[in-house]
Every structure is written in structure tokens, then in C-alpha cells.
Design a protein around this ligand. Structure first.
Ligand code: ARG
Length: 564
């Protein structure tokens, strides 16, 4: 049973209102003095032409009290509903126990498709901590939307096309060797790429050479393409290693190069619709009326651009997946880029341009300034993940050397710590990378949440012959138990909220709250030593918390070891 819905029906009937409308306005007050659910009457003042407190009074005198509600209080403009604690506990706990890992799922997205473009690093460059955010935020949104019934398509729009590959080929021909690249992979490519930029400062004609190589790539030249493909495959090998460790998957790796033969059609259509304009030899779409600089479609040397490929990709995705929404998870510094080309699609007359959503996130920097691949100022992802696992391994050796499957747990917890730390930040907040913070396992962290679940699992292991039938819920009316039930009750609301705001931190913060509430419950209430019926009811709480923590962590892309 959905309490909120029941309350909404009762209010709607008493006041002759639309049930769904009422439902959307019901709040769960953070201060329990205000009840478990509250209905504010401010909005009704206008239509009913009465003061909000009076409206609250009138509804309360007419409302039929649902049986799980012990009291309805009018407090100024609010109707506050207090649930009968044991009925409330029963409704929540029995639902979690019955639905197991499906508790919290919804059907809201059934029949709808969301395409999510995330991670999307540029190839031939090292995968560093700057790439972590897009990767884990996108992966989490994927899982959150899937949990809500949407069909999700995860796309890695690799940056694998553009003049930088002309530069790389030219650098390789001048200063590279097969042996060195085979030996050192991306870091060798990076070395010659940096050298290219240094040399081109002195000898600008190198840039023409690079452009010529890129032109060859576009025209299908064998040598250019086979070098490019070699760099591509090598990068993918390194990236896939990291995705494996992170447990991140994609449904398609259709990068920028995939659109090489799909851009001409876009350009033709723009021409046909008279949206292209010449400007200093380049072709642009003017966006002055939208107060934006023009969107560059074709460079003066005939080359296409990042935006041209994004436009072609959007058409391809619409045709291939017929999405209801297409999300782009990239840093906030690409705001203008997305705003511009979304506008171009709108100007082309496609109403689905409104379904394209840029999901920006704050920038990652190092304590001494911006990350910079070219200047070698980066923290490599592989190094970070290795460090996190090493540190966890050491803690396990120190605190729990007998733990079975130590290596596996070290990976689950170490990687979990890194992902959780990233997802605990509000998406839009800039972050300064810090080894200490990333690898801190105390307080509001992934390991803390994982540990709470492991503790719950350990209690369940110790309990004998648990069965969750005919539970007496009257022992779950103390403050700590009620707090846990209240949190369990709002899990699916939190998930929906995270989806509509594209904000996985709503889930991570919720999990910390739930863990804290559970730890208080565990501290206040003896479980295994309690009288039989009480023990059974409390074990049901333990089981429910473990179920929801596991589900919540999985929405963040984090594992939940049963022992640690
Ligand atoms: N490769 C780009 C970068 O590293 C991100 C691509 C994001 N996706 C997109 N469709 N533009 O900044």
C-alpha cells in the first residue's frame, strides 16, 4: 500500500480535489513534530478564496481518517498526519520482505527509452581522474532509470575523430616507433603528441602537415586509417581495463569516427533549410536570436567539427532508438556547446530537440590547479584505483586477516570508496581531487555504508531459522525503529527524485542516512538476545535494511560484500 496515495485519496474526497494533484503536494516533513506526512494548503487559497489555515481546518473536519493514521493535526496552513507506528512498521517492513530486491522499483518508465551518453573520453590520451565523474554519474543514471522501468541505452561517444589525430599521425611519422608505442601504449602516444605541440610552436607548418593527415583520414586513405585504427584499438584496450575494474558497461561504443559518413546528410539538410551561412570561409548556423555565438558546422578548410558530429549522432540515435530522452553527461564547461547544437536541431524543425538534455557536472582540479594532460598534470585513473585497493587490502590485513575472499573484498570496497566519494558530491559542485579524501573510509563514505550492510548480514547469519511470517510489529514503535521504517518507506521517492534531477547524490546521501539510522537502531535495541517475538521483528528490520542498502548501492554501481 502506498501511504501517500491513501492520504491523497482521503484529502481529495474530503475537499473535492484531484487525487493526483494532492498526491504531488504531500510532503514528508524532516521534523517529526510535523507528522509523517504533511499537506500544505497554501496553493488552494486562490481557487477556494479562503485563508489557508481555514482550508486546513475544513478539510480536517470532513476527512475520513485512514486506519494507519493515528492522528491528524492542523498546524496553521498544514494538515499533519501521524501514522500509527506499528501499522506503519508493518506496511513498510512486510513490503520490503515480500518484494526483496525489487522493493523500490517502479513502472513509471515502462515503454520509454532513455539514451545516456557518458564517459566518452578522447582516445590516445590517458584516462585520468577528470574522466571519473562522467563515467560514474552516467553509469548510475543508467541504473536508476532502469530501476524505474525505462529501457536504457548507454553510449560511449569516444572522441576518436578530428584534427588531433592528424597531429598524432604526423608526430608518429616524425618521432615515433612501432616498438616504443607497443611497449608504452598511450603514454608514448601522449609523449609524441606533446612533442608535436612544442615543435609546432617553432615550426607552424607542422600544423598544415597534421591537417593534411586528417584530411587523408576523412578521405579514407589506407595508411592514415590503419595508423588511426592502431591508436584506437590500443586506447580501447586500456580504457576497457578501467571500465572492467569500475564495473561500468556500455551498450555501444559509437564514437565520433562513426559519424564520418553521416555528416554530409546533415550538412545537406541544413543547406536545404537555408540555415547555413558563410562566414570567413566557414559554414555556420547563426544563433544570434538565441543570444549565442554561431554554431560552426564546417571549418574553412572543409573539415567538420565536434558539433557537426554531435548533430549527426543525435539524428542517428533518434532514428535507431527512438528515445524519449537523450542525456549527455559532460563537464559544465561544455554548456555552450550543447546549448548551441540543441538549438540548431530546434531550428531544423525537430520538436524532439526538447528531449536532448545536457547533464553537466562541476570541474575536477588538483590542489595546485587545473588538470592538464599536456603538461602531465594528471592523476591516472589506473593509479587511483590501484591505490584504493591497496589501502583497503592493508586495512583488512590489519583488522580482519581471517576474512574469506580478501582480494575480492579489497576490490569491492576500494573501488566502492572511489565511486561513492564522487557520487556523494552534488553533481554541479566543483571538486578538488584529494588522495586523503578519496581514500578516507570513515564517516559519510562508501565503506561506511558497505560496512553497515556487512554488519546486518552478519546478524542475519548468526540468527537461526529465521522466518518472517506472522511478525508482531508492536515492538517496532520506539524512535530508532520508526526512523528506520520511515527511511525505508521513502526509498522509491528518493530514486525518482534522483532520476528527475539527474542527481545520484540523492541516493548516496539517502544511503548514509539509512546507515546512520540503522546503526542507532542496532545500538538501542538488542536483537539476537531479545525475547523471541521481538527478536523476529527486529531481524525483519535488519533484513529490510540490508535489502535496501544493497539495492541502493547497486544503483550507484557499487558492490555490497556480505562480509568485510
Ligand atoms: N569527448 C568529449 C570530451 O572528452 C566528451 C564527449 C561527450 N559526448 C558528446 N556527445 N559530445 O570532452
Amino acid at each position: 500500500m502506498d501511504f501517500k496515495l491513501e492520504i491523497a485519496s482521503a484529502i481529495a474526497a474530503a475537499a473535492n480535489l484531484d487525487k493526483n494533484e494532492v498526491y504531488l503536494n504531500i510532503e514528508t516533513p524532516p521534523d517529526k513534530k510535523m507528522g509523517d506526512y504533511a499537506f500544505p494548503c497554501f496553493r488552494l487559497a486562490k481557487t477556494l478564496r479562503k485563508a489557508p489555515p481555514l482550508i486546513a481546518q475544513e478539510i480536517s473536519s470532513k476527512i475520513e481518517k485512514p486506519d494507519f493514521i493515528s492522528e491528524i493535526k492542523v498546524q496553521s496552513a498544514y494538515l499533519n498526519f501521524f501514522t500509527d507506528k506499528s501499522v506503519f512498521a508493518e506496511k513498510v517492513i512486510s513490503k520490503v520482505i515480500a518484494e526483496k530486491e525489487n522493493y523500490g522499483r517502479s513502472t513509471e518508465g515502462n515503454g520509454k527509452t532513455v539514451v545516456i551518453d557518458y564517459s566518452s573520453p578522447n582516445i590516445a590520451k590517458p584516462f585520468h581522474v577528470g574522466h571519473l565523474r562522467s563515467t560514474v554519474i552516467g553509469n548510475s543514471l543508467y541504473k536508476i532509470y532502469e530501476f524505474m522501468g525505462y529501457k536504457c541505452v548507454g553510449i560511449n561517444h569516444l572522441g576518436d575523430w578530428g584534427t588531433q589525430f592528424g597531429k598524432l599521425i604526423s608526430a608518429y611519422k616524425r618521432w615515433g616507433s612501432k616498438e616504443a608505442v607497443e611497449k608504452d601504449g598511450i603514454s608514448e602516444l601522449m609523449r609524441i603528441y606533446v612533442k608535436f605541440h612544442e615543435e609546432a610552436e617553432k615550426e607552424p607548418s607542422l600544423n598544415d602537415e597534421a591537417r593534411a593527415w586528417f584530411k587523408k583520414m576523412q578521405d579514407g586513405d589506407k595508411e592514415a586509417l590503419s595508423l588511426w585504427k592502431w591508436f584506437h584499438d590500443m586506447s580501447m584496450k586500456e580504457f576497457n581495463r578501467i571500465y572492467d575494474v569500475l564495473g561500468v558497461k556500455f551498450d555501444a561504443f559509437t564514437g565520433e569516427s562513426f559519424y564520418n559518413d553521416k555528416m554530409a546528410a546533415v550538412v545537406d539538410e541544413l543547406k536545404e533549410k537555408k540555415l547555413l551561412k558563410k562566414s570567413n570561409g566557414a559554414e555556420i548556423v547563426d544563433l544570434e536570436e538565441a543570444d549565442m555565438p554561431p554554431c560552426l558546422i564546417i571549418r574553412s578548410d572543409g573539415g567538420t567539427l565536434y558539433a557537426t558530429r554531435d548533430i549527426a549522432a543525435a539524428f542517428y540515435r533518434k532514428k535507431t532508438y527512438n528515445f524519449d530522452k537523450c542525456l549527455y553527461v559532460t563537464a559544465v564547461d561544455q554548456n555552450l556547446h550543447f546549448a548551441q547544437w540543441f538549438k540548431v536541431i530546434e531550428k531544423m524543425g525537430y520538436p524532439w530537440s526538447k528531449d536532448l538534455v545536457h547533464v553537466p557536472f562541476g570541474l575536477v582540479s588538483l590542489p595546485d590547479g587545473k588538470l592538464s594532460t599536456r603538461r602531465g598534470k594528471v592523476v591516472l585513473m589506473e593509479e587511483l584505483l590501484k591505490e584504493a585497493v591497496n589501502k583497503t587490502r592493508n586495512i583488512i590485513e590489519d583488522k580482519n586477516p581471517e576474512l574469506p575472499d580478501k582480494e575480492k573484498v579489497a576490490r569491492q570496497v576500494g573501488i566502492g570508496a572511489v565511486i561513492f566519494d564522487d557520487l556523494y558530491n552534488g553533481r554541479i559542485k566543483d571538486v578538488v581531487f584529494s588522495w586523503d579524501k578519496m581514500l578516507n573510509f570513515e564517516g559519510e563514505t562508501g565503506p561506511y555504508v558497505q560496512y553497515t550492510n556487512a554488519r546486518a548480514c552478519s546478524i542475519l547469519r548468526k540468527a537461526e531459522n529465521i522466518n518472517f511470517e506472522n511478525i508482531d510489529y508492536t515492538s517496532l514503535t520506539d524512535g530508532a525503529s520508526v526512523d528506520v521504517c520511515r527511511l525505508l518507506d521513502i526509498f522509491s521517492d528518493k530514486v525518482c527524485d534522483a532520476a528527475s534531477k539527474y542527481e545520484p547524490s540523492i541516493v548516496s546521501r539517502y544511503l548514509v542516512d539509512l546507515s546512520q539510522a540503522f546503526n542507532k537502531f542496532y545500538h538501542d535495541n538488542p536483537i539476537l538476545s531479545a525475547e523471541k517475538e521481538v527478536c523476529k521483528a527486529r531481524l525483519a528490520v535488519v533484513k529490510s535494511v540490508s535489502t535496501v542498502i544493497k539495492a541502493g548501492l547497486s544503483l550507484l554501481g557499487i558492490q555490497a560484500p556480505e562480509q568485510m
